[in-house]
Design a protein around this ligand. Structure first.
Ligand code: ADE
Length: 245
């Protein structure tokens, strides 16, 4: 998978060199290119923003550097998916992450200030698929931290990037029987710590009982912290009796 990131803060992306993604890059499984937008600004101060038409606070990113950057990174005939993080976008979910993990090439455009001149997105849409996505109902200072979140959520799904493929299928929000349930508590050794015991069922060796216990924990946690998610699950009688307790 190839990832291009366009930003006025290339240093922001140093974390992409560490941990599992850093190793995947070293192996050549993920090819990441970070570009400084100011390289396509030609005045003495390498200006990338200007005052908004119609007035109002803040600054808007100028279209010309963005147009040139996108032409250079995705020349005509090439069709990466352009991802533009913005609080006005569609919600980025695990489903989006799974879809992106199947794409060969993503280009991320990090906006700052009040956003990017809208014509940049319109123009790009005439040549490539474009998604404006939000990572949550809050406003960040720019798209950079959103891109770090999206890249991590997507690349950990790539074959070979996460050590253990099973840890992906058990995730909260992973497709399958645990879809839309939050993962319950997890434990490791020692069996007793500060007088607190690991739930005995987890040491029973009874895989059916363990699976039932985990599902009950997930159901209870979801009902307590994200009741909106319960309706997205197919519940059987055992599930309903757990929730009724
Ligand atoms: N840029 C600023 N806020 C954002 C958000 N919530 N999601 C994605 N990009 C953003």
């Amino acid at each position: 998978m190839r990832l291009d990131i366009i930003t006025i803060f290339p240093d922001y992306f140093a974390p992409l060199g560490v941990s599992l993604l850093g190793k995947a890059r070293q192996r050549g499984d993920v090819d990441v290119h970070v570009h400084d937008l100011r390289g396509w600004a030609h005045d003495r101060h390498r200006t990338v923003d200007d005052t908004p038409y119609g007035g109002g606070p803040g600054m808007v990113m100028k279209p010309e550097p963005w147009g040139e950057a996108l032409d250079a990174i995705a020349p005509s005939g090439s069709t990466p998916r352009l991802v533009v993080p913005t609080p006005s976008g569609r919600p980025f979910t695990q489903e989006t992450a799974v879809a992106y993990a199947g794409e060969p090439w993503l280009v991320f455009a990090c906006g700052r200030y009040e956003g990017i001149d809208a014509r940049v997105i319109e123009d790009a849409r005439s040549r490539m698929p474009v998604d404006e996505v939000s990572i949550g109902d809050y406003v960040l200072a720019g798209g950079e931290s959103a891109v770090l979140v999206i890249v991590e959520a997507v690349t950990r799904l790539l074959p070979g990037v996460l050590g253990n493929a099973d840890s992906v299928s058990d995730d909260s929000f992973a497709p399958g029987r645990m879809a839309a349930l939050l993962e319950g508590p997890v434990y490791t050794k020692p069996p007793t710590w500060r007088g607190r015991e690991v739930p005995p069922v987890l040491m029973s060796g009874n895989h059916g009982a363990i699976a039932r216990w985990r599902r009950d924990q997930a159901l209870r946690r979801t009902a307590a912290t994200r009741p909106d998610l319960i309706a997205r699950n197919t519940l059987d009688d055992a599930d309903r009796s757990t929730l009724a307790d």
